[in-house]
Write a protein that binds this ligand. Sequence first.
Ligand code: NDP
Length: 391
Amino acid sequence: MRSISVFGATGSIGQNTLDLIARAPGGYRVVALTGGGNVAQLAEDARRLGAEIAVTAYEDRLEDLRTALAGTGIEAAAGAQALVEAADRPADWIMSAIVGAAGLAPGFRALRHGSTLALANKESLVTAGPLLLAEARRHAATILPVDSEHSAIFQALAGEEIGAVEKIIVTASGGGLRDWPLEALPMATVADAGAHPNWDMGQRITIDSASMFNKAMELIETKEFFGVPSDRIEAVIHPQSIVHALVGFRDGALMAHLGAPDMRHAIGYALHWPERRDLPVARIDLAQIATLEFYAPDPRRYPALGIARAVMETGGRAGCIFNAAKETALDGFLGGRIGFMDMAGVVDRVLDAMSSDFRLSDPPSDLEEVLAVDQMARERAWAAIETRETA
Ligand code: NDP
C-alpha cells in the first residue's frame, strides 16, 4: 500500500490533499501529518486517517495535541526538529505544504529516501532551488510541482524537449485589487487585499496575489524548476483563471493548460502521476465561459514583477533575500505598520542593502547558509519597515 505524509496538513493545500486521500479509503497508509497552531484539526485528521504520527510546529501546543490524541496510539510531537524527524520517516509520497521558509528543512529531509515530493511550498524553490534539485538528484527522488501554474507547465512539457521551449507564460488573476484605481492602492486594507476573485486560498497567499508577489515568486520558481532563462518567462493577467499557464515552442505552437480554479487538480495530478485518475473537480464548459481575456500587467500596479525579473537575472542568493524580505513586508502590512504599496519598496531596499554585504549572485553552499541569509534579510526588512514608519 502506498505510504503518504502531508506537511502543512491543516492549511488550504493540506486540507485539499487530505480530501483526495480520504476519497480513497484504504488506499493509502498515512505516516505523518503536520500542522501549526490548529491542533484540533490536526488531531481530528490524524484520527480519521489513522496517521502514525502528528506533529505541531509549536512546542507549547504539544500537550494539547497529546490530549486530543489520547487513547488513539498515534504519536504526538512538536517543534521544528520534530518536523524534520517526521520527514525522515520513509513515505512514498510527501506533500510539502507548510507555508514560508519553515517548509524548507522538512522538504530537504524528505528527499533522502528517494520518494516523490509534491512541492506546494514555493519558498523552497525560490530560496534554495539549485540545492533542492541537487539533493533530489543525489537521492534519485522525484519533485512534482503543485502550484497550479507549474503543474500546468509540467503537463504542457510532457514528452517535449526543454530546448524547444521559446517562452513560458504564467497567468495571473490580478488579485482582489485588480480593478481598483491606481491611486487608491496605497489605502488598501488587509481585508481589501485578502479577498480573491477566483481562488479560495490562505490569507497570506491571497494578499500576495493582490500585490503579485505570489506571481513574482512563481516566475522565479519557473526559472528554477524548469531551467528556462528568465527572458523566456513572462506573466499575463487572465481574469478568469481558467488557463493556468502556456508553453510556446520554437515552431510557434502555444500549448495551454485549462482547468477549473481548484487546487485539487494540481494536487491530484501530483498524487496519481504518472497516471491520470478521476478527480472531483468541476469540468470546464467553454461555451458557458464564452470569453477568455489576457492582458499585460501594469508595472506601476505590480512592482513585484519588476523586482522578480531582477532577482531571476541575478540568481544566487537574490531569491532567498527576496522571499524573506517579502514575507517580512507582508507581516508589516498585516500588522498595520506599512501600507499595501510599501511592501515592494521594503523588498527593493533589502536587496539593495544586502548587495553591499556580499555578491548577490554567489549561490548559497548549503541549507544552513540559506537560512542564515534568510535571517539576515528578515532583520534588514524589519529595519526598512521601521524607517518607513518614522519617515
Ligand atoms: P495555509 O496558511 O493555508 O497553511 C499553511 C500550513 O503550514 C498550515 O498547516 C499551518 O499550520 C502550517 N504552518 C504555519 N506556520 C508554520 C511553521 N512555522 N512551521 C510549520 N508549519 C507551519 O497555506 P496554504 O495551504 O495556502 O499554502 C501552503 C504552501 O503552498 C505555501 O508555500 C503556498 O505559497 C503554497 N501554495 C498554496 C496555494 C493555495 O492555493 N493555497 C497554491 C499554490 C501554492 P496551522 O494552520 O495549523 O497553523
